[in-house]
Ligand binder design. Sequence first.
Ligand code: ATP
Ligand code: MG
Length: 254
Amino acid sequence: MKTISVINLKGGVAKTITSINMAHILSSVYGKRVLLIDNDKQGNTSKMFGYDTYDIKTIADVLTDKNLDIIDAIMPTDNENLSIITANMNLLRANLDILLDQTQQQQTRLKEALSPVSDKYDYCIIDNAPDINMSVINGLAVTDDVIIPIKVDQYAFDGLEVLKEQIEEVKQYNPDIKLVGCLITMYQKSTVNNEGKEWLENQSQYPVFKTFIRRTTKVDETTFTGEPLIIHAPKCTAAKDYISFVAEYLERQI
Ligand SMILES: Nc1ncnc2c1ncn2[C@@H]1O[C@H](COP(=O)(O)OP(=O)(O)OP(=O)(O)O)[C@@H](O)[C@H]1O
Ligand SMILES: [Mg+2]
């Protein structure tokens, strides 16, 4: 199982949209077995798949209940190759509980919890919160590939340095973690977008995907319909861009 973390300390940069659509494309276009993990108390990914409830086991239970069978937290979606571990506001409490309980390893709980199912999936995609907390550190501690969605605006590059430091720090638990690339999202033709994009492409500190995701209102619509983009609007720019992005990601794996 290859584990991918979609992360940026900035909010609203399309982490969730990228995680959902990448997971859906890997499972539906490539036939891969994918486990999607909602690692954000906002639960946006969970809601997109119709899970807006406190009646099921979530990532909070995975991180705090050592007797939990991980299978009990893995929920089906309409796509048989795509399963999900959901999140809700219980993750707020779970983050505190992890800090308070020093009797177990704090950073590698997710890694340990996922190991029994790692043969059942080809990819695990983690949609992280715009934060560095214990659940995000647990996400990074089990991650092979980091993808950073970036929306080009005045604050676009804030927090990148801190995130890079955090990735370095996590190497003590997970030496093979790798930043595979920044993905420009919500791109629209404008001077500021072009200048930001050019700056990012010409610097050498962070790798950048050649593919960028264009802005379209179709993406907002999917947050209401709960459908992945290539089902809701297969011909829209962002659907095509996400297909190209996943192809580019897979090419980089060779
Ligand atoms: N390509 C796009 N075109 C237009 N709107 C987009 C695009 N990608 C994302 N959005 C919109 O931007 C908003 C934020 O997206 P999303 O929820 O994926 O960001 P996020 O980084 O996960 O946010 P948070 O930090 O709150 O978790 C949503 O309303 C979404 O519909
Ligand atoms: Mg999100």
